[in-house]
Write a protein that binds this ligand. Structure first.
Ligand code: HEC
Length: 139
């Protein structure tokens, strides 16, 4: 996995298609933030029909883990080599702060609160995308 990622970075810099910061953000989004958000949002959505208690436990555990991952990756987005000038770090902080609240709601298995927090989380994603990736469709 790692050599392939490094090769991707090398190719992009040769082609001049994207900055290293853009590419880092793209990988963090596609491989980490987006799956984490999807798992968190599943906590606030209606459960699948006939969900067993065991399956519900797994869904909430994944929601908790997703909320934790978004806090970690938010800090990564703020770090040198990934961060961008302007409002970037603020949007990343918004994601961290909301995901922290989301972690508590998921720990409490509170679907209503998770849904409400999930909507605000979307504003953090969308805010950054609107500012920095006008061509990226909303997740
Ligand atoms: C701090 C800024 C920032 C935040 C916050 C952010 N994103 Fe992104 N996201 C980006 C940037 C920049 C790209 C485009 C990367 C590129 O293609 O160069 C992107 C791209 C994406 C993509 C497309 C990835 C691909 O395969 O090209 C998805 C999916 C995505 N973001 C999901 C999310 C979700 C879900 C959230 C919120 C939970 C989120 N993002 C929060 C900056 C952000």
């Amino acid at each position: 996995m790692k050599p392939r990622l490094l090769l991707g970075v090398a190719l992009a810099s040769v082609a001049g298609a994207a900055s290293a910061e853009d590419l880092a953000a793209k990988l963090i989004m596609a491989m980490q933030v987006n799956p984490a958000a999807t798992a968190f949002w599943a906590g606030g959505n209606d459960p699948p029909d006939n969900e067993t208690p065991y399956a519900a436990q797994i869904r909430w555990d994944a929601a908790i883990k997703g909320a934790q991952t978004m806090q970690e990756k938010g800090r990564l987005l703020q770090s040198a080599g990934v961060s961008h000038p302007g409002a970037w770090n603020g949007f990343a902080q918004m994601m961290i702060t909301i995901a922290k609240e989301g972690e508590a709601a998921a720990r409490a298995h509170d679907a209503e609160k998770s849904f409400e927090i999930g909507a605000r989380l979307y504003d953090a994603c969308n805010g950054c995308h609107k500012t920095y990736v006008p061509r990226t469709p909303p997740p």
